[in-house]
Design a binder for this molecule. Structure first.
Ligand code: MG
Ligand code: MG
Length: 262
């Protein structure tokens, strides 16, 4: 499904930043309203309206026939969950994945929300998953390789006793939602594509509280953990940098919205 390897110009990276920040703002709109009792479909609607109001198009809507703007994956759902009638409950953890296309360029980012009072051990899974994303981002500099990112994510997750999903991976992003290279969350240091300026990738650890295995749900979309234990997912769109990675998406809007609620 990936569509080739493209290095971006500085101007193109600014357009990717605009799209990626819009995703962060759309997720912040979700953050404002997410709470026990709301349906996942109502969250999808919030994002759809916000993206449209900002002269952009939801990237996931109709992608390979996907029927919604957000992927919303609750508890043991890892990714690609379908918004629907399910009402969020106290103690749920919810991965919300959002993509947009604006000016011909895509942005892609995901955040896992804790609903109400969540068990400490599950909050720890969320924290470590987010940290593993930033471990991968630290490796997203010129001269490192895809395997260095993959290894950094895997090492941190597994050091904490968690399972790293193998079947789904991060990806290049640009004028297409999914471009080369694949960016796995497991791998060997010093292997894979050498990172250069102009490369933009989505890094997205999917980390399971229990074992790494996943399976498909009968809805044809949702991926769930095989052992039924919770999973977490955080994603940033990132441009490879000379000294330091340039994170094009942002969790700041989301986390500001969450702070204001509390
Ligand atoms: Mg995504
Ligand atoms: Mg992605």
């Amino acid at each position: 499904m990936s569509k080739g390897l493209y290095y971006k110009t500085k101007d193109e990276i600014e357009l990717l930043r605009e799209s990626s920040l819009l995703v962060g703002k759309a997720l912040a709109e979700v953050a404002k309203v997410i709470k026990p009792g709301v349906t996942t479909l109502s969250l999808d609607k919030v994002a759809f309206e916000f993206i449209k109001d900002n002269q952009a198009v939801p990237a996931f809507l109709n992608y390979n026939g996907f029927p919604n703007s957000l992927c919303i994956s609750v508890n043991d759902a890892v990714v690609h969950g379908l918004p629907g009638k399910y009402e969020l409950r106290d103690g749920d953890v919810v991965s919300v994945d959002c993509g947009v296309v604006k000016n011909g360029f895509f942005g892609d980012s995901a955040y896992t929300f804790a609903i109400g009072e969540v068990k400490a051990e599950v909050l720890h899974l969320l924290e470590i998953t987010k940290q593993s994303l930033y471990k991968g981002i630290e490796m997203s500099v010129v001269g490192k390789r895809i395997g260095d990112i993959a290894f950094a994510v895997q090492e941190w997750a597994e050091a904490n006793g968690y399972g790293v999903v193998r079947e789904l991976v991060g990806h290049g992003i640009g004028r297409n939602l999914h471009e080369d290279p694949e960016v796995p969350n497991y791998g060997k240091r010093g292997t894979g594509l050498k990172l250069q300026e102009g490369l933009v990738i989505a890094i997205e650890p999917m980390i399971n509280m229990g074992k790494k295995g996943v399976k498909h749900e009968s809805d044809g979309w949702t991926i769930v953990t095989a052992d039924g234990l919770p999973s977490a997912h955080f994603e940033h769109t990132v441009a490879i940098g000379k000294e330091k990675a340039d994170i094009l998406s942002s969790f700041e809007y989301i986390e500001e919205a969450l702070r204001k609620k509390n």
